[in-house]
Unconditional design. Structure first.
Length: 255
C-alpha cells in the first residue's frame, strides 16, 4: 500500500507568519503518519516568493510531491508566467527531482504501479457573471480560460488506461458533481464545478483529489458494476475565519 497526505486551499498569504506555524504542525503529522507522498490540490499562496518557499518546505518534508496550481496561485501574474516559474523551479540544476507539477499531464510511479492524471481543471467563464468572483486578480484578460477549459476536457478524453494500474486524478476545480457540498446543490456552480463528470468516470479511477471548494469531501461513487468504486477527496484548510481552518491536518489515504 502507498500512503498519501492530501492538502489544499492553504491560503498561506493570510497567515500572519506566512505559514511558519502551519509547517511546524505539518512536520508533526508527517512524523506520525510517515506518508510516501503529498498531493497538493492548489491555492497554496498568492505570491510567487511564498509559493516557492512553501514548495521548498513541502519538499523537505515529503519524499514525493504532486502539485496542481489553483486560481489563487495565479493571482498577481499570468497563467503562462506561473507555468514558467514552476518549470524553472523544477528544472533548475539544483532543483528538486521529487516534485511533479501538472498542467494537463500524467506520470506513472512505476514501482508503485500508480498513474497520476493532473490538471488545474479550469472552468469556462463565457456566458457567466464572472464579475461576482475575484478573477480580476489575474493579470491578463480572461480569454485564455475557455481555451484552458477545453484543453482539460480534451486531456481527459484522450487518456488510455493500462490494465492493472492504480489511477489518481488531481485537479483544483471540482471535476465531478459528487464533490459539490449539499448546501450548494441546486444553484449555478460554474466557478466551482467543471461539468466533466462522464470523462472523469471513464478514467475508472481509484481516487480523485480536488480543491477549490472549502467544504471537505470524502465520498465513494461508481456509476455501475463495470467501474471501480472511486473515492472523491477534498481536504481544504480555507480562510482563517472558516471552520476547516481550525485544527487543520492532512487527510491521509492509502491505495
Amino acid at each position: 500500500m502507498t500512503k498519501f497526505h492530501l492538502l489544499s486551499d492553504l491560503h498561506l498569504e493570510f497567515d500572519t507568519d506566512k505559514g511558519t506555524d502551519f509547517f511546524y504542525n505539518l512536520a508533526g503529522h508527517v512524523a506520525l503518519d510517515n506518508p510516501d507522498a503529498l498531493i497538493l490540490a492548489g491555492d497554496i499562496a498568492s505570491t510567487w516568493p511564498l509559493l516557492e518557499r512553501s514548495l521548498n518546505m513541502f519538499l523537505s518534508l515529503y519524499p514525493k510531491v504532486f502539485f496542481v496550481a489553483g486560481n489563487h496561485d495565479v493571482y498577481g501574474r499570468t497563467w503562462s508566467k506561473l507555468q514558467t516559474q514552476l518549470n524553472d523551479f523544477i528544472h533548475d540544476f539544483a532543483g528538486p527531482s521529487n516534485l511533479t507539477c501538472f498542467d494537463n499531464g500524467e506520470c506513472t510511479w512505476e514501482d508503485r504501479n500508480i498513474t497520476f492524471y493532473g490538471s488545474t481543471g479550469w472552468v469556462n467563464p463565457l456566458g457567466q457573471n464572472y464579475l461576482d468572483y475575484d478573477l480580476g486578480a489575474m493579470k491578463e484578460p480572461l480569454q485564455w480560460m475557455p481555451e484552458e477549459s477545453a484543453k482539460f476536457k480534451q486531456f481527459l478524453r484522450s487518456r488510455e488506461n493500462r490494465e492493472g494500474e492504480k489511477r489518481i486524478l488531481l485537479t483544483h476545480f471540482i471535476p465531478h458533481s459528487i464533490g459539490i457540498a449539499p448546501r450548494w446543490k441546486g444553484i449555478n456552480n460554474w466557478y466551482f464545478h467543471n461539468p466533466v463528470d462522464n470523462y472523469v468516470m471513464d478514467l475508472d479511477l481509484d481516487v480523485c483529489c480536488f480543491g477549490h471548494t472549502h467544504d471537505p469531501c470524502d465520498k465513494t461513487y461508481s456509476p455501475n458494476s463495470n467501474y471501480r468504486e472511486t473515492r472523491y477527496l477534498c481536504n481544504p484548510r480555507g480562510y482563517p475565519n472558516e471552520k476547516p481552518h481550525l485544527n487543520y491536518k492532512p487527510l491521509m489515504f492509502e491505495i
